[in-house]
Design a protein. Structure first.
Length: 94
């Protein structure tokens, strides 16, 4: 899944912590908190094939694994014409 985070604002005083063994492996391959989010999206997308999850549901599954403050905007070629915005604590202005 070649999706991406178009905009990500993570407050430096809060880190994103991800749970679970598979997610823990993803964290070790990343150099930043923001990099983990698209990798987790891809893992969840791939693990639910051939059934295509609705984009909002996929993003919701990712967000349940995040802790701390974030402001994220999700876009994917698998879901053309859709954007999903989410925030916790941080401001998100569109």
């Amino acid at each position: 899944m070649s999706s991406g985070i178009i905009f990500a604002c993570l407050q430096p005083s809060f880190a994103i912590y991800l749970l679970g063994l598979v997610v823990e492996q993803l964290v070790h391959t990343c150099t930043s908190d923001t990099e983990v989010v698209p990798k987790l999206c891809k893992y969840l997308y791939d693990s639910h094939q051939p059934n295509k999850l609705p984009f909002r549901q996929l993003v919701g599954m990712v967000l349940r694994e995040l802790e701390g403050a974030y402001a994220l905007l999700f876009k994917s070629p698998h879901y053309p014409g859709e954007l999903v915005a989410a925030k916790r604590g941080s401001p998100l202005i569109l």
